[in-house]
Design a protein around this ligand. Structure first.
Ligand SMILES: Cc1cc2nc3c(=O)[nH]c(=O)nc-3n(C[C@H](O)[C@H](O)[C@H](O)COP(=O)(O)O)c2cc1C
Length: 322
């Protein structure tokens, strides 16, 4: 698949997830076979103003490329400036988020609020496209709510405005993250445009990713919650995609090793205070497979620092290969 001038080896990509798709997590997904990774959504206003926190969250390195930086907003000047910053930082593409259902954003007329205004989305895509030389992509929902499907019209306008690809989260904005995605919406959008279309929603296993690609006809899939604590889903789905039926599950030692690498990188990347706050949630995603997960959960909440965490991982994910 090609998005603008960027070639991807396959269509198995990492979906953007606020508070999850940090640079350390993106690098792990990349190592595990994701062909494209995406930053979490950042307000275009903050990026345009080069706010310190926003720029930190948009840290990127050559090892993760091709990588996408995602912004949201509803001001063409801010979107253009923020897209320029994303390009300057070294991202390979800029993605405009028109899908976020959180009230704070929708209340400001941004994110998912724009799924009711296809023409406005096209104007914002054009503003970004004129500001940068990297491809501009969009993340859409099926529409504002069930029965109000605007994705096909929006996708066509995005293509006319110069958008390079579309990622469709196959739920409505009103649905937020609940209820089944309807992959038929992805097929409809794919049939309506000639730029690449990726779908997102409901992929929890490598088999789901393959079923999604086969049944929707999409060029790719953006895997969301299915990769939290399970970055191996990318290489497993890739194995299936390239014809093998055998999937290798990571050993407990491998899970522990990757979890430890992720947490250690987060301690370097964020302040120790913030990394510590994120630690229990991150560890629980990786520990879900443990037979005594309930006990692990109690112990992880008592962990006070990285040294204690290392010991805990060695005990629980034995034999840890370090
Ligand atoms: C915790 C969380 C945070 C998310 N943050 C973003 C985001 O920052 N930008 C975005 O475009 N989508 C975001 N999404 C949506 C995902 O990119 C993806 O499309 C969605 O999770 C797909 O559904 P699934 O989790 O059922 O696979 C988020 C989803 C979750 C669960």
């Amino acid at each position: 698949m090609r998005i603008g001038n960027i070639s991807l080896a396959h269509g198995l990509t990492l979906a953007p997830m606020e508070e999850h798709t940090s640079l350390p997590f993106r690098l792990i997904c990349k190592q595990q076979g994701a062909s494209l990774v995406c930053s979490e959504r950042i307000d275009a206003k903050d990026v345009a103003e080069r706010d310190k926190r926003a720029i930190k969250l948009l840290s990127t390195t050559s090892a993760e490329r091709p990588a996408v930086g995602q912004i949201s907003g509803n001001d063409a000047v801010q979107i253009g400036e923020a897209a320029r910053v994303i390009e300057e930082l070294g991202f390979s593409m800029v993605d405009l988020n028109f899908e976020c259902p959180i009230r704070r954003l929708v209340g400001r007329g941004e994110g998912g609020a724009l799924m009711g205004q296809p023409q406005r989305i096209a104007e914002l895509v054009a503003a970004a496209q004129q500001a940068v030389s990297i491809p501009v992509t969009v993340k859409l929902r099926t529409g504002p709510k069930a029965g109000a499907d605007t994705a096909v019209e929006t996708a066509q306008r995005v293509e006319q405005a110069g958008g390079a690809a579309i990622v469709l989260h196959a739920r409505s904005v009103e649905q937020a993250y609940l209820g089944g995605p309807d992959w038929q919406h992805v097929t409809r959008v794919k049939e309506a445009v000639s730029i690449p279309v990726l779908g997102s929603g409901g992929v929890r296993t490598p088999q789901d990713a393959i079923s999604f690609l086969e049944s929707s006809g999409a060029d790719g899939v953006a895997i969301g919650r299915g990769c939290l604590g399970n970055p191996w889903i990318f290489q497993q789905a890739r194995t299936l995609l390239f014809g093998s039926r055998e999937i290798v599950e990571p050993s407990p030692a491998e899970r522990g090793k990757v979890l430890l690498a992720l947490v250690e990188h987060e301690f370097e990347f964020y302040s120790a205070h913030l990394a510590q706050k994120r630690l229990a949630r991150t560890a629980c995603y990786f520990a879900k497979f443990l037979p005594d997960f309930a006990e692990f959960k109690k112990e992880i909440h008592a962990i006070k620092n990285l040294a204690q965490f290392r010991t805990l991982v060695r005990e629980w994910f034995r034999p840890v290969a370090r």
